[in-house]
Design a protein around this ligand. Structure first.
Ligand SMILES: Cc1cc2nc3c(=O)[nH]c(=O)nc-3n(C[C@H](O)[C@H](O)[C@H](O)COP(=O)(O)O)c2cc1C
Length: 362
C-alpha cells in the first residue's frame, strides 16, 4: 500500500478503507485477553475492523475465534502476534526477592511459576495465516522475511507496530503494508522492539505521528489515547490514514471486561495511569493502583524479565480478578481512560466517526 501525504485527510482515509475492505477508518486495537469475538463483531458490523489479540491464545483456538467472528459478521478483522523476545536472563537471587515481595500481595509463589511457557510462536504464526484474516499485525519486533513472503503470497496485509521513527522505517523496509504508530499514551504493553528500550523510547502521539508519516510512504495508523472524534480528526490531519482504538471500547458491554475494572476505568483521570513492569516484566500502561505503587518504591525488588514476571504474578492477578480487588488487579488502559463511555461498541464507532467527519468537513 502506498500513501500520498499531500491528500486531504478524507481522501487518504478513503484510499485506506477501500484497500482494507472496511467502511470506516476505525480499527479495534488488538488486546490480548480483552478481545472477545463479541467486541470485534460489533466494531466490524458498524463499519470498522475487528481484532484478535492472539499472543497468549493456544494456537488452535485462533480458528474458533475466527469461526465465531464469521458466524456473526462478514466484516474484516486482524490477528495480532507478539514477536518473541530473546530468552530471558534469569537471576535466581533477584527472583527470590521478587517472589517474597509478591507473597505479601497474594498467594505464595513457587520458583516453577516463573518457567511458564508462552504459546509456541511458529504455531501461532501458522494458525493466524490459516484463519485467513484481512491482516496480521506485529508488536515488539518484525516478522521474519519468509513469513512476510507468505503473507504477501496469501494476500494478507502486515500491520507493524512502531514506537519510534526508526522502528517505523525498519518496518517499511521489511515489507510492512502499514505502520501502527503507538504513542506513549497507549494502554497495554509498549511495542518497543527491544524490551530494554521501552522506558527511553517514550514519544507522545502528537510528536510521533507526523514524523512517522514524513518518514515512510506506507499508510500510518494512529494509536494511543484516541477516544473521541476530536482525536480522530486530529490524527488524520497529522498524517494518519486510520486509527486504532483500545481503551475507549473497554467499557462497552461487548468487551465483557471485569465489572470492577470497568467501573474504575470510568473514573481514571489522565494522570492516573502508570507505566510498569511489575505485572509481566515488559513495560505496559495500566491504571495506577496500590500494587503498581508498591512495586515502584525504591526498596522494592526489580521485576523479573518477561514472561517470568507474568508467571510469578499470575496467582495474585487471578485472585484479584476473581474478588474484584482493583488494588492488585492488572488493568491495562491508556491515558484517555476517562473518555471511555459505557455504550454499545457500535454506537461508540458511529459517535466517534460522525464527530470526526464534522471536524474534517467544516
Ligand atoms: C487491555 C489491553 C491489551 C492490549 N494487548 C495488546 C496486544 O496483545 N497486542 C498489541 O499489539 N497491543 C496491545 N495493546 C495495545 C493496543 O493494541 C493499542 O496500542 C492501545 O490500546 C492504543 O491505546 P488506547 O488504549 O489508549 O486506545 C493492548 C491494550 C490494552 C488496553
Amino acid at each position: 500500500m502506498s500513501r500520498s501525504p499531500s491528500l486531504h485527510p478524507l481522501a487518504r482515509v478513503e484510499a485506506f478503507t477501500a484497500r482494507v475492505g472496511i467502511r470506516l477508518p476505525i480499527l479495534l486495537a488488538p488486546m490480548a485477553g480483552a478481545c472477545p469475538p463479541s467486541l470485534s463483531i460489533a466494531v466490524a458490523n458498524a463499519g470498522g475492523m475487528g481484532a484478535c489479540g492472539a499472543a497468549l491464545m493456544p494456537p488452535d483456538s485462533i480458528a474458533s475465534w475466527a469461526k465465531n467472528f464469521r458466524a456473526q459478521s462478514s466484516g474484516q478483522f486482524q490477528i495480532n502476534l507478539w514477536t518473541p523476545d530473546p530468552p530471558p536472563l534469569r537471576d535466581a537471587e533477584a527472583e527470590k526477592r521478587q517472589r517474597e515481595f509478591l507473597a505479601r500481595w497474594g498467594p505464595s509463589v513457587s520458583p516453577e511459576m516463573g518457567d511458564s511457557v508462552l504459546p509456541d510462536f511458529e504455531a501461532l504464526c501458522r494458525a493466524a495465516v490459516a484463519a485467513r484474516p484481512k491482516a496480521i499485525s506485529s508488536i515488539m519486533g518484525l516478522f521474519a522475511s519468509e513469513y512476510v513472503g507468505e503473507l504477501k503470497e496469501k494476500g494478507i496485509l502486515w500491520l507493524a507496530t512502531a514506537t519510534t521513527v526508526e522502528e517505523a522505517r525498519a518496518a517499511e523496509a521489511a515489507g510492512a503494508d502499514a505502520v501502527i504508530a503507538q504513542g506513549m499514551e497507549a494502554g497495554g504493553h509498549r511495542g518497543a522492539f527491544r524490551a530494554e528500550d521501552a522506558e527511553s523510547h517514550m514519544v507522545g502521539l502528537m510528536a510521533l505521528l507526523p514524523q512517522i508519516a514524513d518518514a515512510v510512504s506506507i499508510p500510518v495508523i494512529a494509536a494511543g489515547a484516541i477516544a473521541d472524534g476530536r482525536a480522530v480528526a486530529a490524527t488524520l490531519i497529522l498524517g494518519a490514514s486510520a486509527v486504532l482504538i483500545g481503551t475507549a471500547f473497554l467499557r462497552s458491554p461487548e468487551a465483557q471486561l471485569n465489572a470492577a475494572c470497568a467501573e474504575r476505568l470510568g473514573r481514571t483521570d489522565s494522570h492516573q495511569t502508570a507505566l510498569t513492569r511489575a505485572f509481566t516484566g515488559r513495560l505496559a500502561r495500566g491504571i495506577r493502583n496500590r500494587f503498581i505503587d508498591a512495586a515502584a518504591a525504591p526498596d522494592a525488588p526489580p521485576a523479573a524479565p518477561y514472561s517470568v514476571q507474568r508467571g510469578y504474578t499470575r496467582p495474585m492477578r487471578e485472585e484479584a480478578t476473581r474478588s474484584g480487588d482493583t488494588d492488585r488487579m492488572q488493568m491495562w488502559a491508556g491515558q484517555a481512560a476517562r473518555l471511555a463511555q459505557a455504550q454499545p461498541a457500535a454506537e461508540i464507532v458511529q459517535r466517534i466517526w460522525s464527530e470526526a467527519r464534522q471536524f474534517l468537513q467544516s
